[in-house]
Ligand binder design. Structure first.
Ligand code: UD1
Length: 421
């Protein structure tokens, strides 16, 4: 296992290149199961979650070539098997999005339930409900979701749950509906940019989908799809993380390759904190003199403030004078990073799904433990702002979603190194 050691206190300066989106690439790679023809996906980040997805596809007897340095995944799903086992699925919750495409292609599949997750309860009732609406018989038995049908038949499906529309649930129903007989209306569809990217890829494969980017997707089923090439969108959460890193260190960072329109809620909050954010010719420049103002943040489905940026924002607020309130409306228990930030001297108390953050003058470095992907990003940011040395252990969590984060931060002037634990 590896850990990251950070000597904090350096304002970040320079430019950083954003990688392709993990959360867009994963369902798009799953969607290649919908055709026996070759598909080429570009702009794929070199991350452990992508390797897990490629491994699962290989296990399903699918031909996968992953050119890691070029960021290209080539898939040919000639005759995929229909069972995704626990040993592979448990490594990555997102593998649940194999359910829709395998069901559509094979009419009979079993995908292991992904199991627990430290960011809270993550049910898949909406995925199951959606697939049932398309005529599938779905049962959960022996730890597997077993879905089968004679044919999938278009219907209206509502994807909004208690905490808003489900992203991967929408992806699953969409991927099943593209090969269903007749028309499906997905109401309350998640409209995250990653879903829009999946829709764009499916359209390139020959799917007929209207309402792209909106809450109501109309899918006219087709009998078969063909191979396609696609470049995934840039990772808005990686970009947002570097924006917050510039702000928390009082730095000046130009972010290249991100889509500013996917980051409006993050930009808006940073501006409210007193950070300068400029959009110039496809770049985002983030400047701060370190004089931050407290804010209230509520995480919401897109286009609201993303839950995947909550830990990074919490880190910023720990060193912002005054009181900030951060409320989680998507994953109400997603506050594992708070007790670790307290080890650095942060003053935060939890009230239900809200964190009340009293900004302190300085954090002071200490060993901390990463518990999940975005929590670890929050801890890295806190370490960048802390006096002295911060050791972030279990850094494999950060490697699931950030391509070479230590190298990218080092290029911006951070004192950061990766060592064996
Ligand atoms: C995706 C993202 C994740 C992000 C999340 C919310 C990927 C690979 N992951 O996860 O990074 O944090 O969206 O933006 O894209 N829910 C139910 N029933 C369901 C499904 C979900 O109640 O059947 C609840 C969840 O517990 C959660 C909320 O709905 O409270 C949103 O979850 P969802 O959008 O499904 O998250 P994921 O798609 O798993």
């Amino acid at each position: 296992m590896e850990k990251i050691i950070i000597s904090g206190g350096n304002p970040l300066r320079g430019t950083v290149q954003i990688s392709g989106s993990k959360n867009a690439a994963l369902p798009i790679i799953a969607a290649t199961l919908l055709t026996s023809e070759p598909c080429v996906i570009r702009g794929v980040p070199n991350l452990s979650d992508i390797q897990f997805m490629c491994d699962i596809l290989r296990w399903l007897s699918v031909k996968v070539e992953h050119h890691k340095t070029e960021g290209v995944v080539e898939v040919r799903a000639g005759h995929p098997l229909g069972v995704a086992p626990y040993e592979l699925v448990r490594k990555m919750r997102a593998s649940v999005c194999l359910l829709g495409p395998l069901l559509a292609r094979l009419h009979n599949c079993k995908v292991s339930l992904p199991g627990g997750c430290v960011i809270g309860d993550r049910p898949i009732d909406q995925h199951i409900k959606g697939l049932k609406r398309l005529g599938a018989d779905v049962v959960v038995e022996n730890g597997y979701v077993h879905a089968r049908c004679n044919e999938l038949i278009g219907n209206d499906v509502f994807m909004g749950g208690r905490f808003g529309s489900t992203v991967l649930g929408t992806a699953n129903v969409l991927m099943a509906a593209v090969l269903a007989t007749g028309t499906t209306w997905i109401e309350g569809a998640a409209c995250e940019p990653e879903i829009e990217d999946l829709v764009n890829f499916l359209i390139k494969m020959g799917a007929k989908i209207k309402g792209i980017g909106g809450h109501m997707l109309e899918v006219e089923g087709v009998t078969e799809l063909h191979g396609a090439e696609h470049t995934v969108i840039p990772d808005r959460i990686e970009a947002g993380t570097f924006m917050a890193a510039a702000a928390i260190t009082g730095g000046d960072v130009e972010i290249h390759g991100a889509r500013a329109e996917h980051l409006s809620a993050v930009r808006d909050k940073l501006e409210e904190c007193g950070v300068t954010v400029e959009r110039n010719n496809g770049t985002i420049r983030v400047r701060s003199n370190g004089d931050l103002k407290p804010v209230d943040v509520i995480t919401m489905p897109y286009p609201g403030f993303p839950t995947d940026m909550q830990a990074q924002m919490s880190a910023m607020m720990t060193v912002t004078p005054g009181i900030s309130v951060i409320t989680e409306k998507v994953f109400p228990n997603r506050f594992m990073h708070i007790s670790e930030m307290a080890r650095l001297g942060a003053d935060v108390s939890l009230e239900g799904a809200s964190a009340i953050v009293k900004g302190v003058k300085r954090l002071s470095g200490a060993p901390v433990m990463a518990s999940d992907l975005r929590a670890s990003a929050g801890l890295v940011l806190a370490g960048l702002a802390a006096d002295g040395e911060t050791e972030v252990n279990r850094i494999y969590h950060v490697d699931r979603g950030y391509e070479r984060i230590d190298q990218k931060l080092r290029l911006l002037g951070a004192k950061i190194e990766r060592v064996a634990e």
